[in-house]
Design a protein around this ligand. Structure first.
Ligand code: GLV
Ligand code: GLV
Length: 323
């Protein structure tokens, strides 16, 4: 009977799929992230055939070796897979998979939630109202900015970036500009979007910069002090991708000194810690890495991870193979 280890409790849908196949599924009993040592110990000598991991689990050669030679697949319960040392998987002929597609729209909706929240000062207004500071309508109270006809800059035109562009263009009449390592002419035609040859060109023109590049050595601190300085003073920065793409200390400084108008972040450089000063700023909106956290999508992600495991254990190439 194939054995599967799940590193933390996730929605049941996928677990049920694995159990219906007759697999022995063990879910980590710890209500928290397993340290690397703990994960290694959980795997050692247990002969698991598959591992279902979270984005908070660092999976490298040492972990794969602790699991043993019978391990066929590690299915990440996330679309991002910067927590995987992919070369180590390839070397050992172990499948790595992620959960693309099912969360695209949800994350794009969250990105728009953040855009609306920061531009219309919704979170700030909520804090203000709850604090009992609202003493009657005022002509100048909490003035924000419109989205309508403002330029939406997409950094990284993958599935999620394209969907954010769709919402901005179709929903809010925002002209779309984008930067990506690849140009996409079909997308340009569909959304009347303009390709920027460099990130710098995009930063100089966008009113909202939404980050959708994956975390790679080449995108680490892509948004550093220098590039933050290239944004318009009136612009907003939104990040639903990975924290380390932004130099968070530089962002705090840029927000404090009004180099840019505001930022809305779902991800942080050293999660769950925040850069000193970030939480004290009024011109930021912060969510705890919950952009894909809807009941529907988290259940679907659980099913996609399970489907990848089943395919691999039945001897087929899993649909979302990365290695
Ligand atoms: C969440 O950040 C994911 O990569 O799915
Ligand atoms: C991830 O799903 C992406 O392509 O943006």
């Amino acid at each position: 009977m194939p054995k599967v280890f799940v590193t933390r409790k996730i929605p049941d849908a996928g677990i049920r799929m694995l159990e219906q196949k007759g697999y022995a599924v063990a879910v980590s009993a710890k209500d928290g992230v397993l340290t690397k040592d703990e994960l290694g110990q959980e795997l050692q000598g247990k002969q698991y055939d598959a591992l279902l991991s979270l984005l908070t689990d660092k999976i490298d050669g040492a972990i794969l070796d602790a699991a043993g030679a019978q391990l066929k697949i590690v299915a990440n319960y996330a679309v991002g897979y910067d927590n995987f040392a992919l070369a180590d998987f390839k070397q050992r002929n172990i499948y790595a998979t992620n959960t693309p597609d099912v969360l695209t729209n949800t994350v794009a909706e969250h990105a728009f939630g953040l855009i609306l929240s920061i531009a219309q000062r919704i979170a700030e207004g909520d804090r203000f109202t709850r604090a009992g500071k609202y003493h009657g309508w005022q002509p100048m109270l909490l003035l924000g900015n419109d989205l309508y006809k403002k330029t939406l800059g997409i950094l990284g035109l993958g599935r999620i970036g394209s969907r954010v562009a769709h919402h901005g263009s179709r929903g809010f009449d925002m002209p779309v500009i984008y930067y990506d390592v690849r140009r996409n002419e079909a997308f340009e035609k569909e959304y009347n979007a303009t390709f920027m040859a460099t990130p710098e060109e995009l930063l100089a023109r966008a009113d909202f910069v939404s980050v959708h590049v994956p975390l790679l050595p080449t995108t680490h601190h892509l948004m550093n002090a220098e590039r933050l300085g290239m944004m318009k003073k009136t612009a907003y920065l939104i990040n639903t991708s990975r924290g380390p793409i932004i130099d968070e200390a530089a962002l705090v400084e840029a927000l404090r000194t009004k180099v840019i108008r505001g930022a809305a972040l779902d991800v942080f450089e050293k999660e769950p810690d925040l850069a000193p000063g970030l939480a004290e700023l009024e011109n930021v909106v912060l969510t705890p890495h919950t952009a894909s956290a809807t009941e529907e999508t988290r259940a679907a992600m659980s099913e996609v991870a399970a489907r990848n495991i089943i395919e691999a254990l039945e001897g087929r190439v899993p649909p979302n193979a990365l290695s």
